[in-house]
Design a protein. Sequence first.
Length: 603
Amino acid sequence: MTRRMLLLVAGAFALGVMGLGIPTFSTAAYTGRTTNTGAVTGAADWTPPTVTVQDPGSPLKGTVTVAATAADSGSGIQGVSLQYLPSGGSSWTTLCTAIAAPYSCSWNTTAVTDGGYDLRAVATDRAGYSTTSSSTATTVANNLLVVLGSAGEVVRGTVSLPTTLYAAGTTTYTVRVEYAPSGSTNWKSICTSLSSPYTCSWNTTTFANGDYDLRAVATAGNTSTTSTVVEAVLVDNLAPVVTMTDPGTPLAGVVTLAATASDTHSGVGQVVIQAAVNGTGSWATLCTVTTTPFSCRYDTAQLTDGSYSLRAVATDAAGNATISGGIPNRVVDNTVSSVSMDDPGAFLSGTVSLTANASSTAGVTSVRIQRAPGGTATWTDLCTDTTAPFACTWDTTGVADGLYDFRAVLVDGTGKVTTSTTISGRRVDNSPLRGYDVQAANGGATGGRLEANDSLTFTYNGQINLATVAAGWAGAATAVRVRVRDGNLLAIGAKGDTLDVQLTSGVTVNLGSVVLKDDYVKSNKTAIFNATMTAGTTTVAGATATVITLRLGTLASGSGIRTTSSNAAAAMVWTPSSAVSDPTGRVCSTAPVTESGALDREF
């Protein structure tokens, strides 16, 4: 065999060996069919490794060892990267990558700023799978470090403000804790002449409600050292306002119980609706609501028939609570007929489902579902159902777009007719162009927090004229500003934070607005992000549709961005702009679009 032939064989063998890694997908067209008589086996390792970063203790100074333990039952560990993140930072820094146990490296802490840090480890096995460990917190203190403990983002009453001194040595220090109205430098003392353990009690009831910055100052002789400022701590000692809505009497079957509530500062956290048998003080919780409107559907069959008082208890994010006045003498009687129409939604299009709830001790003979032009008494039967569930479908394209009212009519076994409360002002809108979906994605370092690289995607049900979104725009990446306002500014509650978009020139981008359904911005604050807007296409119901993506950049102005702590995921709601049209000039519907898919934590 010649030298040239040997080189060709060796090259082919090398390519074959390279092909044993993680599989990729080829875009080559199909050209023929071959038969392989060899055996086919599955991959040896489909399981990611396990990894845990070890707690190095606290505080740290000088050069210390950062270590992790890692294991992989399949292909084995290829390497473990040890990383750190400054408190409040957004980008992890790799200290080292260890390729053999023990997985550790030396960290020269004098090369970083004193303060708090998170540590984590990322393990990668030889099959290419990676696992990131949970993080552990520590403090670096090569010099005197003054740390003021956080009392929380929202406080009331008397709270503890502890100060810790690191690397203090044998020097004796006195500590004072100071405050200033947020954003100012008018520092005044809360506690003075504190000695170890430097504990300060802050009576917030003597302060006006609002945002305050806090800091601690340690002094020895003529030398003072100041802590990092704890910014924008909201003092809220004002209880919310709440009123129970009268549901009427008698009550039977499934009814709507509601209250109105508002809070000037930290926002309403929850409203609890309660009932007590008249003449007693034994209140039982019927439902707890955390978002506006503060209402719930309640099956009164869970209560013994009788006379009740109803009330609502509102609690704000600071923990202040208010009990509404009671509504007495509301009779629960489930021995009579009852019927209620379910709300079909504020905007209706295409074929929709209409449902009602009905019950009667005499038996239900039939339930008719009716509609009428909004505000009129011209009722038209849509269907009659004789068995539960009482429902029918309605093709809304058979009527003109506009407002409609709905009700259900029950006929019981005795022939008695009972009519439900009317559901009023529901809009039929069969505009051919409308919003289809809105989705968010986390691209930053912190889940549940608006930050750089997070994205928001708007999908229409068809193609749109991009120039109606922004004048002259053809879909290329364009710099915009994304504004996020706290829901309290819009009177829709702390979890009604709302997002809209402008060009950098201040001209509105016609994407409408999105209610994020969570608390990303502190009470009564507004934040504006630099962002990039791009357009693309997708397929919706077999047709080409426009997709517009916003990708957040740096915070341009404002303050108050917070990490959401809610574990109750909710679906965002996008209200498109009617300024948008399709290529033929047909205007987009403003019908709200609720985020599709499984409930998840946004951003």
